[in-house]
Design a protein around this ligand. Structure first.
Ligand SMILES: [Zn+2]
Length: 116
C-alpha cells in the first residue's frame, strides 16, 4: 500500500506523512515558500508593470510601501527584482553597482570605501 501526497498526489516517501515536499505542505495550507511570501501577500510587487507605473507616477519605495501596507524594504527588493532599482532614493538605496567585475566579497568591502 502506498500513500500519496495530499496536495499533488505523488507517492509519498517512507518518512513523509501527508505531503511529498515542503512546497506541497505549505501550498496545501494556502501558503508559499518564504521566497514567494511577498508574491502571495503583495501581488502588486511582483507585477513589474504595476511597479513601473507607480514609479513613473512619482512613487518611491516609501510611498508604495505605505500604499499597500508592507515594509519599504519589501518594495525595494521587488524593485530590484524587476530591474527598477535605479529609482531607489540614492541616499537610502543600497543597490549594488550594475557592473561588478570583482568578487562580491571584495565589492562589499570596497563599497564601504567608494561610498565617500
Ligand atoms: Zn506533493
Amino acid at each position: 500500500m502506498s500513500r500519496t501526497c495530499l496536495f499533488c498526489g505523488r507517492p509519498l516517501g517512507r518518512h513523509q506523512k501527508k505531503y511529498c515536499s515542503r512546497e506541497c505542505h505549505l501550498a496545501a495550507r494556502g501558503l508559499a515558500l518564504r521566497k514567494e511570501g511577498a508574491a502571495q501577500k503583495y501581488p502588486q510587487l511582483h507585477d513589474p508593470d504595476w511597479l513601473a507605473a507607480k514609479i513613473a507616477a512619482g512613487g518611491t519605495a516609501t510611498t508604495i510601501a505605505a500604499e499597500i501596507g508592507c515594509a519599504r524594504a519589501t518594495v525595494r527588493a521587488a524593485m530590484q527584482q524587476a530591474g527598477l532599482n535605479q529609482d531607489i532614493d540614492p541616499r537610502r538605496g543600497r543597490a549594488p553597482p550594475k557592473q561588478v567585475r570583482i568578487s562580491a566579497d571584495l565589492a562589499a568591502r570596497l563599497g564601504l570605501l567608494e561610498a565617500a
